[in-house]
Ligand binder design. Structure first.
Ligand SMILES: C[S@@+](CC[C@H](N)C(=O)[O-])C[C@H]1O[C@@H](n2cnc3c(N)ncnc32)[C@H](O)[C@@H]1O
Length: 203
């Protein structure tokens, strides 16, 4: 939606680094577990903003595709990637109605909520692939400034992923601050190993 692009471009223009240069603490905390579990190194960062998490993954050896609607956010991500000498494919995409066509071993969905995209994210994971989700939940304070459609309800993230054919390896809601957050680490089912029909026993 053009309104989203304009709104986020303004935000990203307003400061050198609107979301900071460090990766999400959840991603930084989980990176070693992620590296030990992922079936491969193809990663997708959904609504990557200025690319703080995409760059972090690239530094950890992932081949990263990063999608966002804001050309300003993407340009900042590309500049940082060039300065750091890492490779990230930053692409301008409107995720509203978007269908993910490629397959990935790891998907990040941080600080962005588009509920109808979640099944498509899971469908585009390779077997055994991981999805990290971390976004804000509704609170009285946030409901004064945010559209409720973009805020999770308590228990909602866990409920969505519990129905999606995999294992929830970690799930947490932190409700004690002005910015309550739900985060979750999901692993798609691995392919069932092929078991040949046992041959008939020889007499
Ligand atoms: C709060 S920022 C999160 C950025 C990043 N995930 C992070 O945590 O650093 C939300 C991002 O969603 C992007 N966005 C909003 N609507 C979008 C849409 N329809 N399609 C693609 N990106 C969108 C914005 O441009 C912005 O970069």
């Amino acid at each position: 939606m053009d309104a989203d692009r304009i709104k986020w471009n303004k935000r990203f223009e307003s400061q050198d680094s609107f979301l900071g240069e460090h990766p999400s603490p959840f991603l930084a905390r989980e990176i070693e577990r992620i590296k030990s579990l992922v079936p491969g190194l193809n990663a997708l960062d959904i609504a990557c903003g200025e690319g703080r998490n995409s760059l972090f993954l690239a530094r950890h050896g992932f081949k990263v595709t990063a999608l966002d609607i804001s050309d300003i956010g993407l340009a900042k991500g590309r500049n940082r990637a060039q300065t750091e000498g890492v490779n990230v494919e930053f692409l301008r995409v409107d995720l509203d109605g978007h269908i993910i066509k490629e397959r990935y071993d790891l998907i990040l969905n941080f600080n962005f909520l588009q509920r109808d995209l979640i099944p498509s994210e899971v469908a585009s994971l390779n077997p055994g692939g991981l999805l990290l989700f971390d976004t804000i939940m509704a609170s009285e304070l946030l409901l004064q400034t945010h559209d409720p459609a973009y805020l999770l309800q308590p228990g909602e993230l866990h409920r969505i992923f519990a129905a999606l054919g995999g294992n929830i390896l970690y799930s947490e809601e932190s409700c004690s601050c002005d910015m309550p957050t739900a985060r979750l680490l999901f692993r798609k089912k691995r392919a069932t190993p092929f078991r040949p029909y046992p041959p008939a026993a020889t007499p």
